[in-house]
Design a protein around this ligand. Structure first.
Ligand code: 4NP
Length: 155
């Protein structure tokens, strides 16, 4: 199935790159070559940067390499490019929806944890200003929800 999936957070250096990295890893293992993944941030501050070193380290500890990813800002054209746009928290969701041009744009945008906890509107907490354990927690949340995402769309 051809599908393009975009993960979005605030800076595109912690949550959305690991969400992309975990999903990419699982899709490759399933040999699902027609599914494209990418990630973006609602702010431009970290454009061009590799993922936060703490997130890269946590990823590697869990067997996933995200060192090749580079941050970019979400742009309106992403509504044309992608079929599904997953926000990490309600603030990201609101910021993306503000840029939507029509109902078709809006219906592509979802909170990622609603894949595993439907309609609960749970959030992936921002680990940026906290300690190492916050990064592992984010990894575990996204590992679980991407398993469910795959079941929901590719089963
Ligand atoms: P992310 O985390 O949205 O998961 O990439 C953050 C990264 C950078 C900042 C905030 C959150 N920042 O304020 O620079």
């Amino acid at each position: 199935m051809n599908m393009k999936i975009l993960m979005v957070c605030l800076g595109n250096i912690c949550r959305s790159p690991i969400a992309e990295g975990i999903l990419r890893h699982k899709l490759r293992a399933m040999n699902l070559k027609n599914v494209v993944t990418d990630s973006a941030g609602t702010i431009a501050m970290h454009t061009g940067e590799a993922p936060d070193l703490r997130m890269q380290k946590t990823a590697l500890k869990n067997g996933i390499d995200i060192s090749d990813l580079r941050a970019r800002q979400f742009v309106v054209k992403d509504f044309d490019e992608f079929d599904l746009i997953f926000a990490m928290d309600r603030s990201n969701l609101k910021n993306i929806l503000t840029l939507a041009r029509n109902e078709n744009d809006k219906k592509k945008v979802k909170l990622i944890l609603n894949e595993s906890f439907p309609e609960e509107d749970r959030e992936v907490p921002d680990p940026y200003f906290g300690g190492e354990e916050g990064f592992q927690h984010v990894f575990e949340l996204l590992d679980e929800t991407t398993d469910q995402l795959i079941k929901n769309y590719f089963a």
